[in-house]
Design a protein around this ligand. Structure first.
Ligand code: 5AD
Ligand code: SF4
Length: 461
């Protein structure tokens, strides 16, 4: 009798699907990639798990942009090694995979440093993930970081409406990957490779699937998204502006955004899209990084502060209500107090609704890391504090300026309290709507009643 029970138990255990836990670090493209990896694994019978503790496979999708981001991976791997040992003691398996930009940058070195890791897979080879896992199961340690000749997007399972449904009414869609700009501080050209654009038909098909699954707002992603180009159905060369017009025709897609842009790739057609396309939201993430021409040159940004100013003027005349967002680096090698003062000046002159600012982090293999004149840490700290104080005050002023006005909000999820729904403003702020007459996925008119630290409160108008 005992034996019978055991056999039955075994049968039910082996019939249980394997669980995968994916932890995502870094940018929105990693969020998108993690979903595509989960989709690829779902096709192999894996179900998603919310915790590492009960997962048969743990994937860390990592970020290499600054030292801090990369270091997080190794502390997490230390924690996972213990979990793996505990599971092994209980007769259970736990495979550990490292994906993303740390995987690409460090390759097999990760396994030498963290022996519990079974698989290292770079962003260009995610379509090989199911096969790599099979090899790991066969007892191999697998490192997949070669740039694949085949197009990964051709081989990753499509975002089927049935799979995507339930993930929400907003979605990311990668249209471009990699970068050829080689800013001297940045690892992206090395970890994500050279600039590639996905074809129009592939993007449109994925957008249509997302729309059918209930997505109302699409954010097009690329490290240099506005460098996207492709051949349109008419045989002519399209830029991102044309693509946005095409996607705006898809029934159900009510809102479009794109990120991240380089100032050099904002062409006339894209600016015209901001003027003519209502569905393109009036919000633009356009990093300038620094406010001094000398530093911009050392960064190899290939534009001046004045180029940037004039560009923002043109964008604002095309779309007067556009809100600007940006990235800033303080303490790039050689940055003097006078250079830093110019960064504060461009921030004051432009006025940002939202911004991200960082201390320069020397990254191995980038030209910036080799420069003399590295700025001492305490100086970077002070500059960052000063810059962030200014940016925070601008962000608050922007939100405060919306109080009392009406706006359209896309309802995204339930709020914390009964009757509340949380949505998103055209300018990407979370909006808490009291007694919202509408359902998730609806776009409703509201009146802003209050600006909170990181959100707006509103009532249905
Ligand atoms: N140090 C600090 N910040 C960096 N960024 C990119 N590389 C570095 C670095 N080495 C910032 C830039 C970029 C954003 C994604 O991260 O501002 O726009
Ligand atoms: Fe990095 Fe952006 Fe410069 Fe490319 S354009 S090197 S992704 S900062």
């Amino acid at each position: 009798m005992d034996l019978e029970n055991t056999i039955q138990e075994r049968a039910s255990v082996s019939a249980e699907p394997k669980k995968v836990f994916v932890r995502t670090y870094g940018c929105q493209m990693n969020v998108y990639d993690s979903q595509r990896m989960s989709d690829a694994l779902a096709a192999e019978g894996y179900v998603a798990s919310d915790t590492a503790e009960d997962a048969d496979l743990v994937l860390l999708n990592t970020c290499h942009i600054r030292a801090k981001a990369a270091e997080k991976v190794y502390s997490e791997l230390g924690r996972l090694r213990k979990l793996k040992d505990e599971r092994a003691a209980a007769g259970k398996e736990m495979l550990i995979g490292v994906a993303g930009c740390v995987a690409q940058a460090e390759g097999g070195e990760i396994i030498r440093r963290a022996g519990a890791v079974d698989l290292v897979i770079g962003p260009q080879t995610y379509h090989r993930l199911p096969d790599a896992i099979r090899r790991v199961r066969g007892g191999e340690k697998v490192v997949e970081t070669d740039y694949a000749v085949e197009d990964k997007f051709d081989h990753l399972p499509a975002a089927k409406p049935s799979v995507v449904r339930g993930r929400g009414v907003t979605a990311f869609l990668t249209v471009q990957e990699g970068c050829d700009k080689f800013c001297t501080f940045c690892v992206v050209p090395y970890t994500r490779g050279s600039e590639t654009s996905r074809p129009v038909a592939q993007i449109a098909a994925e957008a249509e699937n997302l729309a059918r699954a209930g997505v109302r707002e699409l954010t097009l992603l690329g490290q240099n998204v506005n460098a996207w180009h492709g051949e349109g159905p008419d045989g002519s060369e399209w830029g991102l502006g044309r693509l946005l017009f095409r996607l705006a025709e898809i029934p159900g897609i009510e809102r479009l955004r794109y990120t991240t842009s380089h100032p050099r790739d904002m062409d006339d057609e894209l600016i015209a899209a901001h003027r003519d396309l209502d569905r393109l939201m009036p919000y633009l993430h356009l990093p300038v990084q620094a406010g001094s021409d000398r530093i911009l040159k050392a960064m190899n940004r290939r534009h001046t502060v004045d180029d940037y100013r004039r560009l923002v003027d043109r964008i604002r005349s095309a779309r007067p209500d556009i809100a600007m967002s940006g990235d800033f680096i303080v303490g790039f090698p050689g940055e003097t107090e006078a250079d830093f003062a110019e960064t504060l000046k461009i921030v004051r002159d432009i006025g940002y609704a939202q911004a991200f600012s960082f201390k320069y982090s020397p990254r191995p293999g980038t030209p910036g890391a080799e420069l003399d004149d590295q700025v001492p840490e305490p100086v970077k700290d002070r500059r960052l504090q000063e810059l962030q104080a200014l940016l925070t005050s601008q962000q608050k002023a922007f939100a405060a300026g919306l109080v009392g006005s009406g706006m359209a909000v896309l309802l995204e999820k339930e709020g914390r309290h009964e009757g509340q729904l949380v949505g998103r403003s055209p300018w990407l702020q979370p909006v808490i709507v009291e007694d919202a007459a509408g359902r998730i996925g609806d776009i409703i008119r509201v009146r802003v009643t209050h600006a909170n630290a990181n959100s707006l409160s509103a009532e249905a108008a």
